[in-house]
Design a protein around this ligand. Structure first.
Ligand SMILES: C[S@@+](CC[C@H](N)C(=O)[O-])C[C@H]1O[C@@H](n2cnc3c(N)ncnc32)[C@H](O)[C@@H]1O
Length: 330
């Protein structure tokens, strides 16, 4: 007997990621399919959990135990990361400060156990293009294809980021009813939110991207997902986006406020919806909202039906938030 939560199949992927990330998934028991539901065993009583009788997992070893065992066989006894991100067939580890010469040995073990072609250490994401920096310790390159929510994302992780922490927001975008809407994604990247919006039934999407490498993958991903109603626009969104035609605008960036007046210009005359992302201290977007309100007023708009969501923790006391803003002509 074990505590478990039962969720509809369409929520299974998101729930699993959440449980894995929070360390709550109990891997000693099997995950069970029950008609249109999936039952996930959890390590402790949590909201919505009940006691279930689930089959025990066979004596199959957990990946991290296997990694530790294999490292020991090679004479490596210090602690290596017990968490990782797997994006496509690339495993990314947080820096754990091992000596250079030993890294390839460790990388090879992670690659074998986790069935990856490349293992890398995360360094930093920086600059206007939010470029990824990783250090490959095993394998040759970090070009990969990640499949999530039925969407294919081709990308080169040595140049471009893929934020696992944004998974819920990507899935949320794919579930909003966007039928008959024209959408502008001002910071499209490789299609992080563009492709979910396409899945959400948007009629036409203008996806704007300034970084040539991200743009290359955006176009590749539009083709790979047969998203024929997505129009890639290469260049600075302050210049290349079409004005007065969007029902909905996605602003998936940080320090986004200087782009807000442009978003208002791209909305249809009578307004629409803006998904505004930014970093916020202490989960408190009050002063940011005030600034957005006054910018909207100065262009003859009001902000209604505001919804605030936390996407993820970004740094101590700093949160990545998204504000759903309904913009209405005054
Ligand atoms: C990497 S994405 C942000 C993360 C993404 N929202 C996610 O879900 O992971 C931001 C993208 O905006 C692009 N960008 C930054 N400034 C821009 C601008 N002025 N015009 C067009 N694209 C821009 C960057 O090159 C980058 O690819």
């Amino acid at each position: 007997m074990v505590y478990a939560i039962r969720v509809p199949k369409e929520d299974a992927e998101k729930t699993k990621k959440k449980l894995v990330r929070s360390g709550l998934l109990d891997k000693n028991w099997k995950i069970l399919e029950d008609g249109e539901f999936i039952i996930f065993p959890v390590k402790e009583e949590i909201e919505g959990s009940e006691i279930y009788e689930l089959p025990k997992r066979s004596g199959k070893e957990q990946p991290y135990n296997k990694i530790v065992k294999k490292l020991r066989e090679r004479g490596i006894f210090f602690k290596t990361p017990d968490k990782w991100e797997k994006i496509g067939d690339v495993v990314i580890l947080q820096d754990f400060g091992a000596d250079e010469f030993i890294m390839p040995l460790i990388g090879e073990v992670y690659a074998n156990v986790l069935n990856a072609k490349t293992v890398a250490i995360q360094q930093r994401i920086s600059g206007e293009f939010r470029e990824n920096k990783i250090k490959i310790i095993w394998g040759k390159c970090a070009v990969t294809t990640h499949v999530e929510n039925g969407i294919k994302y081709h990308l080169d992780l040595s140049r471009l980021m893929f934020s696992s922490g944004n998974i819920e927001e990507r899935i949320r975008m794919s579930r909003i009813n966007m039928a008959n809407e024209v959408v502008v994604d001002m910071f499209a990247g490789i299609g992080y939110f563009t492709l979910p919006a396409q899945k959400a039934g948007a009629m036409r999407i203008y996806a704007c991207e300034k970084n040539p490498i991200a743009y290359y993958y955006l176009i590749k991903n539009i083709k790979a997902n047969r998203a024929d109603n997505v129009i890639g626009l290469y260049g600075d969104n302050r210049r290349v986006c079409p004005a007065n035609l969007a029902d909905r605008i996605i602003m998936g960036y940080f320090d986004t406020i200087k782009f807000f007046p442009y978003a208002l210009k791209y909305l249809k005359e009578d307004g629409g919806t803006i998904h505004y992302h930014d970093l916020v201290k202490d989960k408190n977007p009050k002063s940011l909202i005030q600034k957005l309100q006054s910018m909207a007023h100065s262009q003859g708009y009001e902000i209604h039906n505001l919804e605030e969501r936390i996407v993820k923790s970004y740094a101590p006391r700093v949160w990545h938030m998204v504000l759903d803003l309904k913009i209405v002509r005054k």
